[in-house]
Design a protein around this ligand. Structure first.
Ligand SMILES: O=c1ccn([C@@H]2O[C@H](COP(=O)(O)OP(=O)(O)O[C@H]3OC[C@@H](O)[C@H](O)[C@H]3O)[C@@H](O)[C@H]2O)c(=O)[nH]1
Length: 457
């Protein structure tokens, strides 16, 4: 009798990888600067027309976070947009050599930081088009990418973050820029500022993080949303809530349209997040109906990309980091649960499109239809990391270290067995759909984490 597999064969090319390879066969997604989209077109810009930003600019920040281009000492500029170039600069008053770790022999693991002397170029907007935008949770994984995009587009951005799951290093490249302000604070306290738009993202999103302090997660979802809606009401700002596919719980309808009311356990370990976001949605539409607040609600499905923290706990970061370190990829349960993975640049384009759209009637799913089992994603990531190593795009495994294997560990409680968004509404009302293949997004993410690990992060 065949026993259940304990380790998955990493040499077998899994179906999603096969499909993605067939899809974007021609130019290799591995050659830097030639990332191709689902239609085989090279991705040079991200975002909708009029709101787009060169990919190279975004990459210059997250793929080499502490320095401008090593060749030129400056940031890439774009031919298609009016950038202020190096208009905003600050200078260093000391040489970083003085602080080189070599000069402190007693501190073998010392690290010296160099602050930027040049800010990334941002678009110059006429005053009438320049918005004052508040991003709560702007130092988090998704928030920081949204801030980058809004900054590049030329807006004034205020970030409110308590750094529970966010990190100052995700935004250090903007600190000191005249269009940017970073406020350490918690959304559970009221904030008195003047703004035109509020992207309300603040809340830990990884199951590992949001379960650490369930009551705090609920408080953040309820009181944080209440406070930010109060701010929107007072300032007449447009308000966007980042909700989640978790409002559908363990869905009995597949794929999930916005009209599905969900199947959530109200008192399980995930309920602090699921019910927190459900009450946040209820509050949002309460303020819209009662007080005329102009609201948008995005239901975000599984998203991944650079700047997830290595210990974030979610599928992609866990599997990528394990594969890079040669450690086992731990699959919870039998690995048959499905998830549909969306790359972060697509999410940001969707959030901005929703904020700018006239559609305020109800929530909009922002997610990718690329559904695969957890086990198949683990195999895909393992195979891709191997491929990238073989091509020299990322460092090889240290000599003598074995490739990772897949390991099955006990299932987690209330893990939704399947998830896939119905994105008909987003296509109709936002003209939005994901552009990135999962493979291209995974490659970008693997390159990011390989860089982080090489820097000892
Ligand atoms: O190391 C891991 C991590 C995750 N998994 C599995 O992979 C699947 C995805 O897990 P994740 O932790 O990435 O995310 P989940 O889908 O459970 O929750 C997510 O849903 C949508 C978003 O709003 C949030 O980002 C998050 O709550 C689950 O079935 C999980 O059990 C593993 O098998 N191993």
């Amino acid at each position: 009798m065949a026993s259940p597999p304990l380790a998955h064969d990493p040499n077998r090319i899994p179906a999603p990888l096969q499909r993605a390879r067939e899809h974007s066969r021609a130019p290799s997604v591995r050659s830097v600067g030639s990332t191709v989209d689902r239609d085989g077109r090279v991705i040079e810009e991200v975002g909708s027309p009029g709101e787009s930003v060169p990919l190279e600019l975004l990459q210059s920040i997250y793929l080499s976070p502490n320095s401008p281009s090593p060749d030129t000492g400056s940031f890439p500029s774009s031919s298609g947009m009016t950038w202020t170039g190096t208009a905003h600069q600050r200078t260093e008053s000391f040489s970083s050599d003085r602080y080189s770790p070599h000069n402190v022999p007693d501190w073998p693991s010392a690290v010296s930081f160099t602050s930027r002397t040049t800010f990334p170029p941002v678009k110059k907007l006429p005053k009438a088009q320049k918005r004052r935008v508040l991003v709560t949770g702007g130092a988090g994984f998704v928030g920081s990418h949204l801030v980058d995009r809004l900054m590049f587009l030329g807006h004034d951005v205020v970030v409110l973050d308590n750094f529970f799951s966010g990190s100052k290093s995700t935004l250090s490249h903007w600190v000191g820029h005249p269009n940017f302000e970073l406020v350490r604070g918690d959304v559970v306290e009221p904030l008195l500022i003047e703004v035109d738009q509020i992207y309300h993202l603040a809340c830990p999103a990884s199951p590992k993080a949001y379960q650490i302090n369930a009551v705090k997660t609920l408080k953040t979802s309820f009181m944080g949303t209440l406070n930010m809606l109060g701010l929107a009401k007072r300032t007449k700002a447009r308000f966007l809530l980042s909700s989640t596919s978790e409002v559908y719980g363990s869905p009995t309808v597949h794929p999930q349209p916005e009209s599905y009311w969900g199947n959530v356990n109200p008192n399980g370990p995930r309920s602090c997040y699921d019910e927190g976001k459900r009450v946040a949605e209820a509050l949002t539409y309460g303020y819209a109906r009662q007080d005329g607040v102009d609201v948008r609600v995005a239901r975000i499905f599984n998203c991944f990309g650079p700047r997830m923290s290595a210990d974030d706990g979610r599928l992609v970061s866990n599997f990528v980091v394990a594969a890079l370190k040669g450690e086992p990829l731990q699959v919870y349960g039998d690995g048959e649960a499905t998830r549909s993975l969306m790359f972060v640049h697509d999410l940001i384009s969707g959030l901005i499109a929703l904020m700018e759209s006239d559609y305020s009637e109800g929530p909009v799913n922002i997610g990718s239809p690329d559904e695969g089992s957890v086990l198949s994603w683990a195999s895909t990531i393992l195979a891709l990391v191997k491929d990238l190593r073989a091509s020299g795009s990322i460092p090889p495994l240290p000599a003598g270290q074995k490739e990772s294997e897949i390991e099955f560990v006990p299932a987690v409680v209330d893990d939704p067995p399947r998830r896939k968004p119905d994105i008909t509404l987003a296509k109709e009302v936002l003209a939005w759909e994901p552009r990135w293949t999962v493979m291209a997004g995974l490659e970008e993410t693997i390159r990011y984490f390989a860089g982080q690990l090489a820097e000892g992060e």
